[in-house]
Design a protein around this ligand. Structure first.
Ligand code: 3PG
Length: 305
């Protein structure tokens, strides 16, 4: 059995060593393709693989079509918008993610970004504190919950919107549920976005929501650029000189926003899950899930059911 790890953005070495150990202990062979530059390299590598572990690597219909032996794709991470689920299902290929495994890394980055923006991007000017501010979590999954834990320590008031959860999911985390997304945006000084990117969430964070945010609003995006309506973003920056946006996923209009200096920041490269710990958690979970799938038919984290 050949298990390919195909990562354009490689895992930390310690994570690759751990993945290798799990794969080889199971009697399988590890194939490693890191920092590849072209789709052709990926196609060549995936051709003979029985399983593949990826990060944000694009696994589209063309690649799936050429993967003749492939039985399972595991996205070592949360979002699987990079994988064509229909194409995989059409070939009976199981797709899984590793939910929760890198959520602490993303939550810590979100908090870091809030402090960075509230403290004038660390340029030595007077700023504001997180203590006592209202934090709105747009979705309350693994990252939202990890962020709530940290934000409690900062003395923030925490609100969350997530129509897929039950009231007790909020109360047990000591977070106030907000049932209308408009209330979350109009009430909170800082809103942090944690929704997945899919057809329903595309451009969901629009002008209406942004314009409802109170004075000196900060919008934080460690999710996907697709969930933001970029026309709205450009417009809100034009009409409100107090609005701030910080993101781990630069929008297409990045260059147009640079002129807003202290009100806008995008990381040079997506780094939410770029920690050795997150790589170890997600990478090893992916390897274990593949072994459990082949040995016991375990499909616990399948997302294309
Ligand atoms: C995820 O969906 O798990 C995060 O966005 C991390 O993505 P990455 O593996 O490309 O860093």
């Amino acid at each position: 059995m050949k298990i390919l790890v195909a990562t354009e953005k490689p895992f930390a070495k310690v994570a690759v060593d751990g993945i290798r150990q799990i794969i080889e202990n199971a009697g399988y062979e590890l194939l490693l393709l890191e920092k590849y530059k072209t789709k052709e390299e990926l196609i060549n590598a995936i051709k003979n693989a029985d399983a593949v572990i990826v990060r944000s690597d694009i696994i589209n219909a063309e690649i799936i079509e050429k993967a003749e032996n492939l039985k399972i794709i595991v996205r070592a991470g949360a979002g699987y918008d990079n994988i064509d689920l229909n194409a995989a299902s059409a070939k009976n290929i199981v797709v899984m993610n590793t939910p929760g495994q890198n959520s602490n890394a993303v939550a810590e980055l979100a908090i870091g970004m809030m402090i960075f923006m509230y403290r004038g991007q660390l340029k030595g000017i007077s700023g504001n504190e997180l203590k006592g501010k209202k934090l709105g979590l747009h979705a309350f999954g693994y990252v939202g919950k990890a962020l709530a834990h940290i934000a409690h320590g900062f003395g923030m008031e925490i609100y969350a919107y997530d129509p897929f959860l039950q009231p007790e999911d909020f109360t047990k985390e000591n977070v106030t549920e907000v049932k209308d997304i408009r209330d979350l945006y109009s009430m909170c000084n800082i809103v942090s976005i944690h929704i997945p990117a899919n057809e329903k969430t595309k451009k969901l964070v629009n002008y209406e929501l942004m314009s409802m945010m109170p004075k000196n609003a900060l919008l934080v995006n460690t999710a996907r650029k697709e969930v933001i309506c970029e026309d709205s973003l450009k417009r809100i920056f034009e009409v409100r000189d107090d609005f701030k946006y910080v993101t781990d996923v630069a929008p297409d209009c990045h260059n147009e926003l640079l002129k807003y200096n202290l009100r806008y920041y995008a990381t040079p490269k997506k780094q939410g899950a770029e920690t050795a710990e997150a790589n170890i958690n997600a990478g090893l979970a992916a390897a274990r899930q593949i072994v459990a799938f082949f040995k016991n038919g375990d499909r616990t984290f399948q997302v294309n059911k």
